[in-house]
Design a binder for this molecule. Structure first.
Ligand SMILES: Cc1cc2nc3c(=O)[nH]c(=O)nc-3n(C[C@H](O)[C@H](O)[C@H](O)COP(=O)(O)O)c2cc1C
Length: 345
């Protein structure tokens, strides 16, 4: 068993990564139903929460069936972060997570996200301010360091633990790498092997198959892994990894009927939570993977991403089921998209 403060998780927990516009409550519900052990909201601006921006407040919503859930916040000002941490308390998630990993220019420029990787003292102060103003356990998600020459995660981990952080997730890239190259987990393993570190250390970056999850578990000795892109439109990645870890065998790929069923559930939750417009739009990034591997599916997919009436979308999904019912799904390798490829540094 892995414990984050008082929260008990199974051995080697599988975490759903915080992902902007992806890790919303409807998606988290389907990931939970398919084996995610702990999930996070997308990052939420501390400023937005304080200003009572409706969009930010909405991101605090949690469906009961998805717990345990951590709410992730970001910001570069101690007082404002402390205030935001208090606001989060009221909504009663299981955890508060701080984002010290976001590489996006606009966020970094405000001294938030991975911007603080250049200033460990500020990072420690921001964390301390949150820990002191919330009753929730505080966790942190960050990267290896700012750039190739300043991979300071070993020191960062100690400082964060010292101010009361209860678990740390490390994405095995620097800020300057954005999403380029391969995630390097060797420094994550070093943090885990530091005898001073006693909080759970979760590894993150590039896990896209059950085999890789097992390989990285054994090679790097982390307490659990966090999965991001591989889960988009493929919530089954969690149960497939769990099954492989427990049996050494690959689970059969989800059937067409199951894919359609889960996709419909996701759509329904999305409509319920975001309303007709937002709900339909949010689903569009998921169809590609939900229906991947079906020959000739492109035509259905183009319709799914252009229709904007729920009944019509459901009708297309029914048509997919009729067309492909009984089709033997094979395990299709997951392709990880480089989302920030064109993002300026
Ligand atoms: C679309 C997208 C949005 C993301 N938004 C966040 C975020 O809000 N907070 C955060 O800490 N990381 C965010 N990330 C980074 C992921 O949490 C994760 O660290 C990264 O994708 C690497 O993991 P992966 O290789 O399993 O995808 C985002 C990633 C993607 C692809």
């Amino acid at each position: 068993m892995v414990k984050i403060d008082q929260i008990s998780l199974p051995d080697f927990p599988l975490l759903l990564a915080p992902m902007e516009d992806v890790s919303d409550p409807p998606f988290r519900v389907v990931c939970k139903a398919n084996g995610a052990d702990l999930m996070y909201t997308e990052f939420i601006s501390s400023e937005g929460l304080i200003r009572d921006a409706i969009k930010c407040r909405k991101k605090l919503d949690i469906f009961d069936e998805e717990r345990p859930v951590g709410i992730q916040i970001f910001g570069g000002d101690e007082e404002r972060m402390a205030m935001a941490a208090k606001i989060v308390d009221v909504t009663q998630p299981e955890l508060l997570d701080i984002n010290f990993g976001c590489p996006v220019k606009g966020i970094v420029a405000k001294g938030a996200g991975s911007g603080v990787l250049k200033n460990i003292q500020l990072m420690t102060r921001l964390t301390d301010a949150c820990v002191k103003s919330t009753s929730l356990p505080v966790t942190v998600k960050t990267r290896l360091g700012w750039d190739e020459d300043t991979k300071n995660i070993e020191e960062v981990a100690e400082r964060l633990q010292d101010v009361g952080v209860k678990a740390l997730t490390i994405h095995g890239r620097t800020r300057c790498q954005m999403y380029k190259g391969e995630a390097d987990w060797s420094l994550i393993a070093k943090v885990k092997n530091n005898p001073r570190i006693h909080i759970p250390i979760f590894g993150n970056g590039d896990i896209d198959s059950p085999q890789k999850a097992l390989e990285y578990k054994n090679r790097y000795g982390v307490d659990g892994i966090m999965i991001g892109r591989a889960a988009i439109g493929y919530p089954w990645i969690f149960r497939e990894i769990r099954h492989f870890l427990e049996t050494g065998e690959m689970m059969a790929a989800p059937t067409v009927a199951e894919r359609v069923e889960v996709c419909k559930q996701h759509l329904q939750k999305s409509l319920q939570w975001k309303g007709p417009h937002g709900g339909i739009y949010a689903m569009r990034r998921h169809y590609l993977n939900y229906l991947k591997g079906l020959p000739g599916i492109k035509e259905f997919r183009s319709r799914l991403v252009t229709l904007d009436v729920p009944d019509e979308i459901n009708a297309v999904l029914d048509e997919v089921l009729r067309t492909y019912d009984g089709f033997e799904m094979e395990y299709t390798p997951i392709h990880l998209v480089n989302y920030h490829e064109n993002c300026p540094l």
